[in-house]
Design a protein around this ligand. Structure first.
Ligand SMILES: Nc1ncnc2c1ncn2[C@@H]1O[C@H](COP(=O)(O)OP(=O)(O)OP(=O)(O)O)[C@@H](O)[C@H]1O
Ligand SMILES: [Mg+2]
Length: 285
């Protein structure tokens, strides 16, 4: 069996010279709506469709995707700035060799870097960007000054909400912050824990109407995932639900959602660099 370092080395070599990855930030207004579970299971589903995917735990200080995967990371983002480390050294492998970077408590570091260290982060991230098709950011709930920088710098944001009015209201507040920062950021809505498809679509329609009316932008529906006990069971087993409960309703819905996503957004060139945009937010205040 190949060891982790070799798997990664090969993965990064295979992709040399490739165009840059699409960065997707997964965010929400309210906490506990299912972002992290969606993030890792969506990543696995994209991988099963032959995409190279990296998950970046950007939940500053509270990241827990490693717990959901039953792993304890040896390295976190902060280690990148230790002598002689490269971004490849901080990538961990989860189930089905899913690549991820654990944020750890040091992620706010990004916003405290001086220009030289930021330049190092930029060159390392750009290397990453050539090695993967998609880089998913699992964000913490709510909008902080720092998290808004990260989400708005991505190529696309997925805002997760449940059909509950409190979750929708907080989702709207998050969208409002994002639109104020960048009116052109593509925003997609994931309705999670829905009773059924019709209910989920109705939730999306209500939210998108308010967004259109008051913020004057269009958001699109990424998809609807059902409320399914299998998620809780998989969390308790510390395994992603598409692995733990592959036949469950939620896994089948996610499979369909991922295929649809790949069909609709096939080969869109990412026209700007995530880190360039982030840099403007960080240094040009
Ligand atoms: N589709 C679903 N069906 C049933 N339960 C779900 C579903 N999605 C999430 N849950 C429940 O919600 C809990 C929280 O999920 P998760 O940790 O993914 O949320 P989060 O948005 O990342 O939370 P945080 O804001 O704290 O980061 C899960 O442990 C699970 O019990
Ligand atoms: Mg989370």
């Amino acid at each position: 069996m190949k060891d982790q370092a070799e798997t990664l080395r090969q993965r990064m070599q295979d992709m040399d010279g490739k165009q840059q990855a699409k960065t997707i930030a997964i965010a929400s207004g309210k906490g506990g709506v299912g972002k992290s579970n969606f993030c890792i299971n969506f990543a696995l589903q994209l991988m099963r469709n032959d995409k190279k995917v990296l998950v970046f735990d950007f939940d500053i200080g509270m990241g827990n995707i490693d717990i959901l995967m039953g792993k304890s990371p040896r390295r976190t983002f902060i280690d990148l700035f230790r002598e002689g480390m490269s971004i490849r050294d901080i990538i961990e492998l989860g189930p089905e060799s899913l690549s991820y970077i654990a944020g750890g408590s040091g992620l706010s570091t990004i916003f405290e870097l001086d220009q030289a260290k930021f330049a190092y982060f930029q060159s390392e991230f750009e290397q990453l960007s050539k090695s993967f098709d998609y880089i998913l950011f699992d964000m913490g709930a709510g909008a902080t000054h720092d998290s808004l920088h990260l989400i708005s710098a991505a190529h696309e944001a997925i805002v997760v909400t449940t059909p509950e009015p409190t979750s929708m209201t907080d989702g709207y507040a998050m969208i409002k912050h994002l639109v104020h920062k960048d009116k052109n950021l593509p925003i997609k809505i994931l309705v999670n824990r829905s009773l059924n498809e019709i209910n989920g679509k109705a939730t999306f329609n209500r939210l998108s109407l308010v967004v259109k009316r008051f913020l004057e932008v269009e958001v699109s529906l990424l998809g609807v995932l059902p409320d399914d006990r299998s998620v809780l069971e998989a969390v308790n087993n510390q395994r992603p639900f598409v692995i733990d409960r592959p036949k469950s309703k939620v896994s089948r819905s996610l499979d369909e959602l991922a295929r649809k996503y790949l069909n609709e957004y096939r080969r869109q060139e990412s026209t700007f660099s995530f880190v360039d945009k982030l840099k403007r937010f960080v240094f040009e205040r």
